[in-house]
Write a protein that binds this ligand. Structure first.
Ligand SMILES: O=P(O)(O)OC[C@H]1O[C@H](OP(=O)(O)OP(=O)(O)O)[C@H](O)[C@@H]1O
Ligand code: HPA
Length: 183
């Protein structure tokens, strides 16, 4: 699905898939360098990070493993509920492992703050964060992010894994959702 197919529901495309892939290639080169001699575990945050995990991991050349956590705080709306819940936990014991969390977006930062505290308690050898997108509010979060794809304006966005009420995840670009869709 691309943005032109559903243009009446979108306000504007912020980043095309080509731009996303080019940025991911740059970030992957940095991660390759950082983890060249390490045993890397990518932890993807379901559901949104499916696309970035699939694309980032295929740009990487270091040996790596993948695991997934499902976390939810948005339900079917456009505002964080403020309550972060683990819906699916990791299957890997991360004690002593070099963990890189792969996120689609950091918005309020609540999901990440919760996740980092939770993962730290499992004693990984290192714990870093990569996110494809970041909103302005996240800049005041105390959680340090190692790799950011793009900073976004403070608008609700969909595509490239990001949903509104479960829809639009399969849009290849990232676009702002027209207010009439959710108001
Ligand atoms: O910084 P925050 O304000 O906490 O928002 C970021 C989180 O919100 C989205 O997840 P969501 O809860 O919508 O679940 P989903 O990945 O299944 O869509 C997104 O995938 C991030 O994990
Ligand atoms: O702007 C957004 N779009 C989709 N999902 C999200 N989760 C946090 N912020 C967003």
């Amino acid at each position: 699905m691309d943005a032109t197919q559903i243009s009446s529901e979108l306000t504007r495309v912020l980043y095309t898939n080509d731009q996303i892939q080019a940025r991911l290639a740059d970030i992957a080169a940095e991660i390759d360098e950082e983890y060249r001699d390490k045993d890397l575990l990518l932890v993807g945050v379901l559901n949104g990070a499916v696309m970035v995990m699939a694309d980032l991991s295929r740009h990487l050349t270091v040996h790596l493993q993948m695991d997934w956590m499902a976390i939810s705080s948005y339900g079917s709306g456009t505002q964080s509920s403020g309550v972060v819940r683990i819906l699916k936990d990791l299957t890997t014991d991360i004690e002593g492992r070099h963990v890189l969390v792969v996120e689609d977006i950091i918005d309020t930062g609540l999901t990440l703050a919760y996740l980092i505290q939770n993962l730290h308690s499992r004693k990984p050898a290192s714990l870093k964060i990569m996110t494809m997108f970041r909103k302005p509010e996240a800049l005041s979060s105390p959680v340090e992010v190692s790799h950011v794809g793009f900073d976004l304006p403070n608008e609700f966005v969909v595509g490239y894994g990001l949903d509104y009420a479960g829809r639009y995840r399969n849009l290849v670009d990232v676009a702002t959702l027209a207010p009439h869709v959710y108001s």
